[in-house]
Write a protein that binds this ligand. Structure first.
Ligand SMILES: C[S@@+](CC[C@H](N)C(=O)[O-])C[C@H]1O[C@@H](n2cnc3c(N)ncnc32)[C@H](O)[C@@H]1O
Length: 442
C-alpha cells in the first residue's frame, strides 16, 4: 500500500479547509493508499495550536518527518496552494519524493493539474532535478541523466522482504562489487537495488524464478498488457479505471467479494497449467499480494482486498525496467550448491535466509531449521576462509546462538533496529523486541 503525505490548505477558512482535507483523505484511501494529513491530525483541540507560529512549524515538520517512509506527496489543489503546502512541495522535491497534483471533482478549481506540473515540476528542472514517470532526472551543463533517488520495491509483497531496511543495508555493501550474489533472493528487494557489474539471483522457489526470468525477456509494456489480458479474460476488477462502487464494494472491505469466484477460477487454471503471467496475476489479486503453496505445489493463497491497481502497475513497471538495465542471472537452486571456490575477492555473497523460529508463507512446507542454519554458517566460514566477502541478514532475538557465533569468528554485527545510522552492534537491547542485524566479515 502506497504511503502518501496529503497536502491541502489549513489556515484561513479553517472549517472549509478541514472539510476539504477530509475529502482529500477519502480520495486517497479510495485509491488504495495509506494517507497522512498532519494538518488534520495535529491541529485537533489539545494537540498543537496552529495560530502559534512555533507550534504551527512544529506540526508541519512533524508531518513531513513521515517523508522518510512516504512513497509520494499528493497535493490537492482545488483551494489553491498555501504557504504550508508550498513548503511541503519543496520538501518533497528536495527529498526526491514523487509528487502528484490532484483535483477533486466536487470542487471548482482555479488551478489545473497541468498548470501545477508546469509551475512546480518544470521549476525543478531549472533547479536541476525533476521527475518524469517514476524516475528522477538531474540536469547540468552536460545534459540530462537519470538518478536513483529512491530504492525500487519488489512487485511481490514478500514476507521478510528487506525493502524497509535498504537504507541501512545498502551503504554497508562496498562500492567495488564485481558479482553480487543474492543467495536467498526472494522478492529481490536487495539485489535489484545493488550496484555491481553482475548480479546473480538465487532462490529455491521455481515459480518466482520463472516469473523473474520472464520479466527479463519481456519489456514492461508487454508484461502490463499480458497481465491486463488475464484480468479481462477472468473478469477481475479494474480499480485503475473504475471506482469501488462500480463493483458494489467499498475501500474498507476491498474488492474480494467481487473477485472471489473469478480469482478461484484463475487459481485453479494456474494450478492445472502454471504459467508466469497467470502466477503474477494471481499474486496481484491474492491476500496481501502474498505467495503460498501447499505441499503438492499448488498455489493456495485466498483472494485479497486489492487488485492490479495503478500503484502495483507502477511498481511492476519500475522493477521490470530495472531488470532490463542490469546484468542479472536468475537461478533456481538450493543455497548449498553455491561454488565457493569460484568466488573472487571483489564478489559479495548476500544471504537473507528464512529466520529461525519464524514461519513465512513461502517456507511453511519444510521450513528452515537448525540443520539448514548450521550448513549456512559453515558455508559462510568457507567463504571467509576463501578470502571472499559475505553479508548476512538476520534477527538476534529469534536466532539466539547467532550473536555468539558471529563474535567467536570476529565478524561485525551491524544493528539495524535501534538506530537509523549504521553502527556496530554492541550490546543486546533487552527492551527491544526484535534485533535486526546485518553480519559481515569485512
Ligand atoms: C527472507 S526471504 C528473502 C527476501 C529477499 N531478501 C527480499 O528482500 O525480497 C528468504 C528466501 O529464501 C528462500 N529459501 C529458503 N530456503 C532456501 C534454500 N535452501 N535455498 C535457497 N533459497 C531458499 C525462500 O524461498 C525465500 O524466498
Amino acid at each position: 500500500m502506497k504511503l502518501v503525505i496529503v497536502e491541502s490548505p489549513f489556515a484561513g477558512d479553517i472549517q472549509g479547509n478541514i472539510y476539504y482535507a477530509r475529502m482529500a483523505m477519502r480520495d486517497s484511501l479510495l485509491r488504495g493508499e495509506a494517507p497522512i494529513a498532519s494538518h488534520l491530525l495535529y491541529t485537533q483541540d489539545g494537540v498543537l495550536n496552529d495560530s502559534i507560529p512555533e507550534e504551527r512549524q512544529q506540526g508541519i515538520d512533524a508531518g513531513l518527518a513521515w517523508g522518510k517512509v512516504a512513497d509520494q506527496t499528493a497535493v490537492y489543489i482545488d483551494k489553491g496552494i498555501s504557504r504550508g503546502m508550498e513548503y511541503g512541495i519543496q520538501r518533497a522535491i528536495s527529498e526526491g519524493r514523487n509528487i502528484e497534483f490532484r483535483s477533486l471533482p466536487e470542487f471548482e478549481s482555479d488551478l489545473t493539474i497541468e498548470q501545477c506540473n508546469k509551475k512546480y515540476l518544470e521549476r525543478c528542472w531549472i533547479k536541476s532535478k525533476f521527475h518524469f514517470g517514476a524516475k528522477w532526472y538531474k540536469t547540468n551543463r552536460e545534459g540530462v541523466k537519470a538518478i536513483e533517488s529512491k530504492y525500487i520495491k519488489s512487485p511481490l509483497n514478500y514476507v521478510g522482504g528487506k525493502f524497509k531496511v535498504l537504507q541501512q543495508i545498502i551503504p554497508l555493501f562496498s562500492n567495488d562489487i564485481n558479482t553480487f550474489i543474492d543467495l536467498f533472493g526472494g522478492g529481490f528487494n536487495v539485489g535489484i537495488n545493488v550496484n555491481a557489474n553482475k548480479i546473480i539471483y538465487n532462490d529455491m522457489i521455481l515459480q518466482v524464478v520463472e516469473l523473474f526470468k520472464n520479466l527479463q525477456t519481456h519489456d514492461a509494456e508487454e508484461v502490463h498488457k499480458i497481465i491486463l489480458d488475464n484480468v479481462t479474460k477472468y473478469g477481475l476488477s479494474r480499480s485503475d479505471i473504475n471506482s469501488y462502487e462500480f463493483y458494489n464494494c467499498n475501500s474498507n472491505d476491498g474488492l474480494g467479494s467481487y473477485n472471489k469466484d473469478k480469482y478461484f477460477k484463475l487459481r485453479d487454471d494456474y494450478n492445472l497449467n502454471p504459467t508466469w503471467d497467470k502466477f503474477y496475476t494471481i499474486v496481484a489479486f491474492s491476500f496481501s499480494n502474498q505467495i503460498r503453496f501447499n505441499s503438492k505445489g499448488g498455489f493456495n493463497m485466498p483472494v485479497g482486498k486489492r487488485d492490479y491497481n495503478s500503484s502495483l502497475q507502477e511498481k511492476l513497471k519500475v522493477f521490470v525496467d530495472e531488470i532490463h538495465n542490469k546484468d542479472i542471472n536468475f537461478h533456481c537452486g538450493d543455497f548449498r550448491d553455491l561454488k565457493v571456490g569460484k568466488l573472487s575477492d571483489n564478489d559479495l555473497v548476500y544471504c537473507d535466509p528464512p529466520y529461525l523460529n519464524s514461519t513465512a508463507t513461502y517456507n511453511e512446507n519444510g521450513g528452515w531449521a537448525i540443520e539448514q542454519e548450521n550448513i549456512l554458517r559453515d558455508l559462510l566460514i568457507r567463504i571467509h576462509n576463501n578470502h571472499g566477502r559475505f553479508a548476512l541478514s538476520n534477527n538476534l532475538t529469534t536466532n539466539t546462538t547467532l550473536q555468539k557465533w558471529a563474535e567467536d569468528n570476529n565478524f561485525v554485527i551491524h544493528d539495524l533496529t535501534n538506530t537509523y545510522s549504521n553502527c556496530n552492534y554492541q550490546k543486546k537491547d533487552k527492551e527491544s523486541k526484535d534485533v535486526e542485524v546485518l553480519i559481515t566479515n569485512y
